[in-house]
Write a protein of this length. Sequence first.
Length: 381
Amino acid sequence: MNFVFYGVAVLFIGQSLMCLFHLRWARRLPPLVSTPLRAPVPRPSCSVVLPARNEADRIEQTIRRLLNQTEIEIELIVVDDRSSDGTGEIVASLARTNPRIQLRRVDVLPDGWLGKCHACHLAAQVATAEWLLFTDADCWLQPDVIARAWHAANEHAADHITLTPGVALENAMVRAWHLMFLTSTLSWIAGVNRDRAKAYLGVGAFNFVRATAYHACGGYEALRMTVVDDVKLGLLLRRAAQRTRAFLGADDVECHWGTTVREMTRIMEKNFFAVIDYRTGPGLVGAILAAFVFCVLALGLFAGTAAGLVAALSPLTLILPAALVARRIGWRWQDAIAAPLMFPVFVYALFNSMFVTLRQGGIRWRDTFYPLTELRAHNVR
């Protein structure tokens, strides 16, 4: 039994060490640097793609923040995807006083499309700028973040800049959940920033893409039935030999997903099974292994042996990388203390996502049901 205890301890300690290794390549987006110009330089242009469905509570503030972006020419294309709460009316009112806003309305979703993917596709088709930014209607951007992303793209010769989302600091458990989420993405961030051959990443809160690169990879027409479209956009760009750079977004990209861990888990219900490409076998194996690990941790706590105690305490090693991530995004290191408690929550979220999707035979998203057979048939892998 001691062998099993030590094996589980090595699992957690090894994971923590790998996170520390990957953290070397996970940085904040660099600030703008003011330098004297010898001649006027044209501002870069960006078409912001904003799909929206029933976002009346937040979309006005989202739009105003986007229009206040500095050092860059903004064209904002909002697609009202079958909203029933006045979202379209709010955007139309803003568009009447600002010619930079374009409003498109979708009343009927065509067959073979997810609503968000269809909205992004429509907007990208009419975009005219040299860069595209795909973001969410509930994300609030700092006024210089798009310009900073453009400078980072030039510095790294990149065609795609993506930022992890930040969250409003609602409570300690939500902060712990978010730190565990960011820690789990460190290998993805390090992979693209090191130009690893098979590494890819995209984040729906902030996917900043060169327009030529977007069209070269197939864009949202290729992603028409892909739930984790943001991540898979990164995959398409990698396959098209386009370079990605990823940064920790923190308060640069503040998203308002949920205020409790329960809400965050529910929000991920449609996503986590999609991340493993709806593969039931790996999902079940992962759930069984996770249950085994939890049992070993519980046994270790009461075994009364050194090996058992080492196993039971080994998840606490995750606090160190989570604390370093916290400091890097401007939070207190103490916010990471509860991060190990989120490990079982993440496992539950994956199992719940798989169970719910299989039970109902698909997913319900934006008040539309999509059968699992279609999602699997058209999934980008």
